[in-house]
Design a protein around this ligand. Structure first.
Ligand code: NPQ
Ligand code: MG
Length: 368
């Protein structure tokens, strides 16, 4: 195909409840969506970067600038583009994986729609529905936390993940474990701890957690190795895993025994499939992370999470966990699972009326 135009859409989506993590409190999702118009038809991709550079160094205004000034011009100048050739065409730009992922996903959506192939089939999904977990933010007190968790249990979620930070860890985990009994439970620190906290974190062993996610800063593989040796609970990297090579390195060094896969963080769904494959070969289970995606990104995540080695429930929650109304047809839990879309491409349609209503500014159209 040839890329005829790249459109950049910005939408502000209010969250149904504030989401607090160790890096801050979010009340709205400021989303960048990319539409490619090609000789084979249109495709959509969602950029997972946040409004501020607090989870990753990438953030939404930066992604927009990188796409506008570098990524889109490179694709618009190419005679022939396929989803499989995007990474090579964009290789001259260092890093900026979330920006690259959004563009590559839009091309993949266009290509697979034209071929009549679903994302699930393209990725090699081996099931038609995926087990869902939910990520629960830091609350202002234990009563509020338990009420929120109780609501999600009632909705059928198959795994609870608690956000933790120093001062909000042992007691919330104990209270939630007492509430939910044997339901799978895990925690995510988003890099909030240091080497001095290893003994403290080992106290989490008594709660039978599935895993502890990213306690230390993303560059610090060594301290994750030290923690893995000091606790029974499996250590799982999120922020640190930016490619299949890094995943292989972290696994072989004993820093992580389970891997969180987020396509945006690793530069796209093609690389996410490679991370899955590397982990599968080494016998390391994976699960699908989440970045408060709209239906556009959620559809692709659910298809990815249907691959064989995604053996733990993902942060693939229903649309209503985050949004009163989604940008696509909503994803709704059925017995704690989401159904993998079967239509061509991502299998969902963007509600362009809502996109226009909620737009932060008119779309930007880039052409050759
Ligand atoms: C994680 N996600 O696993 C991330 C962190 C995260 C579902 O816990 C706006 C956009 C707010 C992206 C808050 C979950 C966010 C965000 C948290 C990502 O580490
Ligand atoms: Mg995480």
């Amino acid at each position: 195909m040839r890329i005829l135009a790249v459109e950049l859409h910005r939408v502000a989506m209010p969250l149904v409840r504030a989401f607090e993590t160790s890096f801050g409190r979010q009340t709205a999702r400021d989303v960048l969506l990319v539409r490619v118009r090609t000789t084979d038809g249109d495709g959509w991709g969602e950029c997972v970067a946040m409004a501020d550079p607090v989870y990753s160094s990438e953030y939404v205004d930066g992604c927009e600038a990188v796409i506008r000034n570098y990524l889109a011009p490179a694709l618009l100048a190419a005679d022939e583009v396929t989803a499989e050739s995007v990474a090579g065409l964009l290789h001259f730009v260092v890093g900026n994986r979330m920006a690259k992922a959004a563009v590559e996903t839009a091309v993949l959506d266009s290509q697979t729609r034209a071929e009549g192939v679903s994302f699930g089939d393209y990725f090699g999904a081996d099931r038609d529905a995926v087990d869902c977990g939910v990520s629960v933010g830091i609350a202002s007190n234990l009563d509020d936390l338990l009420a929120e968790v109780d609501g999600y249990v009632g909705e059928g979620y198959r795994r609870i993940k608690l956000k933790i930070k120093p001062g909000w860890d042992i007691e919330p985990v104990r209270a939630v474990r007492d509430l939910i009994g044997a339901l799978p439970l895990q925690v995510d620190a988003n890099t909030a701890y240091t080497r001095a906290d290893i003994e403290h974190l080992a106290r989490l062993d008594e709660f039978g957690l599935l895993l502890i996610e990213q306690p230390f800063v993303e560059e610090d593989i060594l301290t994750h190795i030290a923690l893995s040796r000091a606790i029974e609970t499996p250590v799982c990297l999120d922020e640190s895993i930016v490619s299949a090579e890094v995943a292989l390195d972290a696994i072989e060094r004993g820093a992580t025994s389970i891997v969180n896969i987020k396509a945006g963080r690793v530069g796209g769904y093609l690389e996410a499939v490679r991370v899955h494959d590397v982990c599968a070969e080494l016998g390391v289970p994976v699960w699908c992370g989440g970045m408060l995606e709209t239906g556009v990104g959620r559809a692709a995540n659910v298809a990815l999470a249907a691959m064989a080695n995604f053996t733990l429930p993902g942060d693939t929650s229903g649309s209503s966990r985050y949004f009163a109304e989604d940008l696509t047809e909503p994803f709704e839990l059925d017995d704690g699972r989401l159904t993998v879309p079967t239509g061509a491409g991502s299998g969902v349609e963007v509600r362009t009326d809502l996109l226009a209503d909620w737009a932060l500014r008119p779309p930007i159209t880039l052409t050759a």
